[in-house]
Design a protein around this ligand. Sequence first.
Ligand code: NAD
Length: 482
Amino acid sequence: MTQRESSPLREPYGLVGGGAEREASNEETTEVHDPATGDVLTTVPAGTRADLDRAVESATEGFDRWRRLEPKERGRLLRRVADRILDEEERLATIETLENGRPLEDARGQVRRCARHFEYYAGIADKVQGEQIPLGDGYVDYTIREPLGVTGHIVPWNVPIYLFGRSVAPALAAGNSAVVKPANLTPVGGLEVGRLANEVLPEGVLNVVSGAGSVVGDELSAHDDVEHIVFTGSGETGVHVGRNAADAISDVVLELGGKSPLVVYPDADVDDAVTETVRGIFTGAGQICSASSRAIVHEDVHDEYVDELVDRVESFDIGPGLENPDMGPLVSKSHLEDVLRYVELGRTEVGDPVVGGKRIDRPGYFLEPTVFDDVPNDARIAQEEIFGPVLTVTTFSDEAEAVKLANDVEYGLVAGVMTNDVERAHRFARDVDAGQIYVNEWFAGGNETPFGGFKKSGVGRDNGVQAIHNFTQIKNVCLKIE
Ligand code: NAD
């Protein structure tokens, strides 16, 4: 294994399993590209079904070792995983920027969030408790929360290191072992975090297999020896994974897409509303499941809001993530083309955008941040997840209309409101169907707060104590006593 001079990437990569880096079963590899240039960064193994089976075997053996460790010891080891990730923050962040394109400062934050997951769940490892159930004098009844066994984690390309931590850390804290399949476009972060964690964890507890979704992801979600799947990705693949999990009778959490509304009331500070909108939709070049992709703005402040938004967006600094711009490239050529098709659709549905709309003439996959104004809520650009830096603005005149517009979409991942009226904020939280409600700050909350979707945005919740419950099964013990 060689480390290229001045590059954080290694060449070639192996799979991670059995406590070490391991060779794939064949020599086929997948190229990983830099979206800021289109250049090849490195190659990773194109894992096969045989590689995945071997990883599940390794995880089955790892589970036996891991579940027998004292919970407080599991917690200590997870804490050390967090520390190893933080030790390597700069290198991991650079890798995330290189393979995903996000600005370096944002990538540093994602690495810290990944470490924070291991830290948070390290503290819960020895608090996974059952309860005592009163059945009267003739019985003693109690429940035990037991781990499930081997858990599978299918991760998308948009925030690969953070989502690795979000998915895996609670599974391990609850005493399960894990097999992770990172996304084909951004597999390096997962392989690197997996390798670091394997410096600390017992053999077989954490395994990472890169490879095609239709091969490795399919096998993982259909595997009879995998007891739980966390899938984070698109609805279409989520349905396939859910069917596989049903056939294998495995638990499943599906973290899917969103088309999330940000409602701006006239009592809010317009400047703040624009700041939150810009952060919500242009962070990660809009390639975030919880992006604020639909602004729903009161007619009294609409003009001021749009003028300010256009001003801010026009001064955006766009460039390679390593230069730490306001916004980096989209992840791949084909994703850029998909997003550009939506921009063209927007032109036919509502006319030219008020700002942006063009590919930037430079190497790599850069698109101007784009805003469409006066968008009817039934336009496809207001209904479908574009997963790029494209915002729609729709106006409303009263609260009932705002809530109706916010809910009138098939997704329900998150929803935000900008208002200084506390009752209105609570009514919004009560009436809008979404897994997370943000009041006066987009992306509010953290890894402590449950995250997941209503409606077509998914099934189940990640984060917080809730995620530990996903990864345990309850055993009831009932004793008859004299
Ligand atoms: P995707 O569905 O194409 O891929 C997700 C993962 O599934 C990848 O690892 C992929 O290789 C794998 N996969 C592909 N085909 C598979 C198959 N047949 N069987 C099993 N696995 C397979 O999604 P994407 O384009 O990588 O990610 C973008 C989507 O993810 C967006 O819709 C976004 O909203 C969603 N997302 C949701 C959340 C959330 O927390 N709700 C977070 C991030 C991203």
